[in-house]
Design a protein around this ligand. Structure first.
Ligand code: DON
Length: 250
């Protein structure tokens, strides 16, 4: 998972930006391209991020993306920006300040508050949308809804959602177990596996360190919510115990 994440975040840094301004290569999601990206994967040794760059794009085709608007969601990037907004509200200004500018790449190679780097594709331009890690995900199986999942957490959103999906689809966990299980994260740069306590047992960690991985512990990663539809058609809702989240059926 880490080696896939390392490559995906390297591609993101180079190739992702507002598609109204930048021709995002649609080949990025082709399985043949993904397989090519993984040819130098070796489970016995950690690839160093300074030896992994973005994938070369050989052909560019039309880009497709879908949006479902739930309406009414106001999003704040960070506490400090929330305070800026409150100050203005208290003075009666009555408007919200844009608080997602940090999601743009300020200059190539300079990390934002989540340590993400970017380049041309995500540079600041008038009327352009900044790149986002937000990954509200809907999964269907045989044309029927199987799972919905999402979380806050900046760059860790992507890997948290990935992990929850793998937990349900590949490890057959129920929604609650998939969400409560400890998480880990790698985003190409910095070249480190960030882990919640107990996400990777110490014995396993030691083996991974021998092959070149490094680890950094941190507290809770994300606050996920998920709904999984069982094979019997029942809804399983799960809310992350890392936060004050809740789940309700009605
Ligand atoms: O869109 C993004 O990628 C960020 N603005 C998300 C920030 C976020 O998840 C903050 N939550 N903890």
């Amino acid at each position: 998972m880490v080696e896939a994440e390392r490559r995906a975040f390297a591609d993101r840094a180079k190739h992702l930006g507002d598609p109204d301004f930048y021709k995002v290569p649609s080949v990025l999601t082709d399985s043949s391209y993904i397989q090519r990206r993984m040819v130098n994967f070796n489970p016995r040794v950690a690839n160093k991020s300074d030896s992994i760059s973005y994938g070369m794009i050989e052909s560019e085709e039309t880009t497709h993306f879908s949006i479902v608007d739930t309406g009414g969601t106001q999003f704040f990037n960070h506490d400090s920006e929330w305070r800026v907004w409150r100050l203005h509200r208290e003075r009666g200004a009555g408007f919200l300040l844009n608080n997602e500018m940090d999601d743009f790449s300020v200059k190539p190679g300079t990390p934002n508050m989540y340590g993400l780097v970017g380049a041309e594709a995500n540079k600041i331009e008038p009327n352009k949308r900044m790149l986002s890690s937000m990954t509200p995900t809907i999964i269907e199986k045989d044309g029927k809804l199987k799972m919905v999942v999402g979380t806050p957490g900046g760059s860790t959103i992507i890997t948290s959602v990935f992990q929850a999906v793998v937990n349900v689809i590949d490890f057959d966990m129920d929604a609650d177990k998939a969400i409560q299980s400890p998480r880990f994260h790698h985003q190409w740069l910095p070249d480190v596996i960030i882990t919640e306590k107990d996400a990777i047992p110490l014995s396993e960690r030691k083996l991974l360190e021998i092959i070149g991985h490094t680890f950094k512990d941190r507290n809770a990663i994300g606050r996920m919510e998920a709904i999984v539809i069982t094979n019997q058609g029942k809804l399983q809702g799960a809310a992350d115990r890392r936060g004050d989240d809740d789940v309700k059926g009605f």
